[in-house]
Design a protein around this ligand. Structure first.
Ligand SMILES: [Zn+2]
Length: 90
C-alpha cells in the first residue's frame, strides 16, 4: 500500500502540464528567405539551396520555427513541403 502510494506520487511529479502552440503561416518574399533564416552574413543563394519539391514537385515550403526539434537538433533552417510533407533544409 505504501509502495503503491509512492509510485503514484512519483508519476504525478513527473507529469507535465500540456502546452499547445499553433503556427500561423505567413508568406514572406522569396528574396528575404535566406536573410531571414541566416541573419548573419552569408553568400548563399536561395536558388542554389532549394527548388521544387523532389517528391511531389510542389513549390510551397514552410520554414520550420527555430523552436522545432528538427531545427534545434540539425542546426539548420529546415523546410517542409506543404504538398507532401517532405523535409529539406536551406
Ligand atoms: Zn512535396
Amino acid at each position: 500500500m505504501g509502495c503503491y502510494i509512492s509510485v503514484t506520487k512519483k508519476e504525478i511529479d513527473m507529469a507535465k502540464k500540456l502546452k499547445f502552440f499553433k503556427a500561423v503561416l505567413k508568406e514572406i518574399p522569396t528574396d528575404e528567405v535566406m536573410d531571414s533564416v541566416y541573419p548573419f552574413k552569408h553568400d548563399m543563394k536561395l536558388e542554389d539551396r532549394i527548388s521544387n519539391c523532389s517528391e511531389c514537385g510542389g513549390n510551397e515550403w514552410m520554414i520550420l520555427a527555430d523552436e522545432q526539434a528538427a531545427v534545434r537538433e540539425g542546426g539548420k533552417a529546415y523546410c517542409e513541403c506543404l504538398g507532401c510533407g517532405e523535409m529539406t533544409h536551406l
